[in-house]
Design a protein around this ligand. Structure first.
Ligand SMILES: Nc1ncnc2c1ncn2[C@@H]1O[C@H](COP(=O)(O)OP(=O)(O)OP(=O)(O)O)[C@@H](O)[C@H]1O
Ligand SMILES: N[C@@H](CCO)C(=O)O
Length: 293
């Protein structure tokens, strides 16, 4: 059994806790019943001893497997991780979604993606990362009565993501503590109108409009102050022709949307100016959660 989930970039500027999209960088897990419990990790986290035991995945997997089967069973898990942790690329969402889906598969219970998404919401109470992680593509999402309601837009392959990933980790719960406790009516209207315009631009494929529509007054500035080089990253990305340049999730990665034909040039500029950061050009992912039986 093999289950994989893509990385995601959430917020996309003004759409705090509501907009997100999936990129083609995946965490995969293989597992099968075994006499003894074991965890092996390849890729991101392979040198972190804390992940070899009762990590976020194992806790959620066990909770669901026990609930569904009323049985205890050991498994051998092998993780192939490509998503860097605590960098704003949805590593926790990928783990949560993959654990919920794996437990259902291990129990022999087939459920819809929507059901998996609603279970995932219990562990991450905003839907902007978990929705594209499950569904793929660009998603606008909200939560009502503990359920996610969302709309998906398939992303074409002539646009790419150029992500620039600093070494510095930014833990989401910490990164939420630096945000204002309340917003003025002017700023609320600013973000509301920019979010509405962003969603319409994605659905109408008006990528150029995103340069303006993706402006934000809710969270980026406060978070970018924790790593001030990010202001320069955004400036270089826009000067080089990025269609949008936003803090990815709660940071520290910066997400840039670019035309395919500009990707190499923009990526090279960012590499030259910020040699200490890692720059990756990625396709968008329209599949989300993939289960291979
Ligand atoms: N591959 C993994 N295996 C086990 N636990 C993981 C893995 N990846 C992430 N985690 C857990 O998720 C935490 C990171 O979650 P956090 O929300 O801070 O970052 P993120 O999800 O990468 O960023 P964002 O939500 O801004 O996109 C890690 O500290 C770890 O507990
Ligand atoms: N919307 C979330 C994304 C990170 O999980 C935030 O900005 O805190």
């Amino acid at each position: 059994m093999e289950i994989s989930v893509p990385a995601t970039s959430a917020n996309l500027g003004p759409g705090f806790d509501s907009l997100g999209l999936a990129v083609d960088l995946r965490n995969k897990v293989e597992f099968h019943p075994s006499k003894f419990f074991s965890v092996s990790i390849k890729g991101e986290g392979e040198n972190n001893p804390r992940l070899k035991g009762n990590n976020l995945f194992i806790g959620i997997f066990n909770e669901h497997y026990t609930r569904l089967t009323k049985k205890k069973q050991n498994f051998k898990f092998t993780f192939y991780n490509q998503i860097p942790m605590s960098r704003g690329l949805g590593s926790s969402s990928a783990v949560i979604v993959s654990a919920v889906a794996s437990a259902h598969e291990a129990a022999g219970i087939r459920v819809s993606k929507r059901r998996i998404l609603n279970h995932a919401l219990v562990y991450e109470n905003h839907p902007d990362n978990i929705t594209p992680a499950v569904m793929g593509g660009f998603n606008a999402a909200t939560v009502e009565k503990n359920k996610v309601f969302s709309q998906k837009k398939h992303l074409p392959d002539y646009i790419k993501a150029v992500v620039i990933i600093p070494n510095k980790q930014m833990n989401t719960s910490r990164s939420r503590t630096v945000l204002p406790k309340s917003y003025s009516k002017d700023n609320a209207v600013y973000n509301l109108s920019h979010t509405a315009l962003s969603v319409a631009s994605f659905f109408n494929e008006d990528w150029e409009m995103l340069r303006l529509a993706s402006h934000d007054r809710f969270h980026q500035k406060a978070r970018m102050k924790m790593l001030p080089e990010l202001f320069a990253v955004q400036k270089v990305a826009y000067e080089s022709g990025a269609l949008m340049s936003t803090l990815s999730g709660s940071g520290s990665t910066f997400f840039n949307m670019v035309y395919d034909e500009d990707a190499a040039m923009i990526s090279n500029k960012l590499k030259q100016k910020f040699p200490e950061f890692s720059v990756k050009t990625l396709d968008f992912d329209n599949n989300g959660l993939i289960i291979e039986r």
